[in-house]
Write a protein that binds this ligand. Structure first.
Ligand SMILES: [Zn+2]
Length: 316
């Protein structure tokens, strides 16, 4: 049997045909064009049935469809409650798909799905708990405990990016000030980098960014730090401290076996990111004397995590 995992992104719908060992055997994608709930469900069906037909399998060989959505879902009712950046509100997506294809449909939040994908990868090493922290435009977190997504009473749990680490700090999109994602996301790193450049006109960061603040990205400070630039080293150190503050909060509260760090920033060399980060968490954590500690590692599935995680939603 196969399953189909669909990753609903802000601009694209990506679907994967996934085999019994949860490896992706084929993918297909199309732009996300929002016209109506019916058209949205129709596009999802076109994608799913296209995958089936193009790979020479029958519909009966597909056990279910799993779907990761960037927003809040009502798992029991098969409904997308609301999404971030796309005007999808209260869409009974499972019911709409059933008009075309009578197949079980499972929904999940995209960060939760990615965490489930990473968890499956680690599960072979006998773990029960994992948190995936994705560093992108924001900070996404997905919580897996006892092998299951922890989504809370209303599907909104696992918003670790919105825990406050600087009271009265920068204003966040959620309405509070000082949220972790304002500081530890790739965007947070870019803001820190630009501020340091404005104060240090001689910094190597300027030449790496071709003399323009518009060309600063999440690698600028890391690359300049490697060249020995003092201002860049300070940026990286401050960024890693912000990152470690939030990770330590998660560890102190939840003590997962593994925390995976994903997203673009996680591609930095271990010497620049993972190793100093572990050192900072080590100094901050409450459980310094414990025998067993949370492992902090890089996420391993990259962009595939969303599809694999979605395909895992109906596993039980
Ligand atoms: Zn926030």
């Amino acid at each position: 049997m196969y399953t189909i995992g669909i990753d609903v992104g802000g601009t694209n719908l990506k679907a994967g045909l996934v085999n019994e060992t949860f490896d992706i055997v084929a993918t297909k994608k199309m732009p996300l064009v929002w016209e109506s709930p019916e058209k949205f469900a129709e596009d999802l069906c076109v994608l799913a049935t296209g995958l089936v037909e193009e790979n020479g399998i029958s519909r009966e060989e597909v056990a279910y469809i799993g779907m990761g959505v960037p927003g809040v879902v009502d798992v029991k009712r098969g409904m997308i409650v609301k999404t971030v950046n796309i005007p999808i509100r209260n869409v009974p997506v499972a019911e709409l798909i059933h008009r075309v294809w009578e197949i079980p449909v499972f929904l999940g939040n995209d960060a939760d799905c990615a965490a489930l994908g990473e968890f499956y990868h680690f599960e072979k090493k006998d773990i029960e708990s994992l948190i995936l922290v994705t560093l992108g435009t924001g900070v996404g977190t997905g919580l897996i405990f006892n092998g299951k997504i922890h989504c809370g009473i209303n599907g909104c749990a696992g918003e670790g990016g919105h825990m406050v680490i600087v009271s009265g700090g920068d204003l966040c999109t959620c309405g509070r000030r000082g949220c972790w994602e304002r500081y530890a996301s790739a965007n947070g790193l870019i803001r820190l980098t630009k501020a340091a450049m404005e104060e240090n006109r001689q910094s190597v960061m300027w030449s790496l960014a071709d003399g323009s603040l518009d060309k600063v990205d999440g690698r600028t400070a890391f690359n300049a730090a490697r060249e020995g630039d003092a201002a860049a080293k300070a940026v990286v150190d401050q960024y890693l401290t912000y990152l470690a503050e939030g990770l330590t909060n998660l560890i102190n509260l939840l003590q997962p076996e593994v925390i995976c760090i994903g997203g673009g920033v996680s591609n930095e060399a271990d010497e620049a990111l993972l190793f100093p980060l572990r050192g900072k968490v080590e100094e901050m954590r409450y459980d310094k004397d414990a025998q067993v500690h949370t492992q902090i590692v890089k996420a391993s599935l990259g962009n595939d995590a969303g599809i694999i995680g979605a395909a895992l939603l109906g596993r039980e």
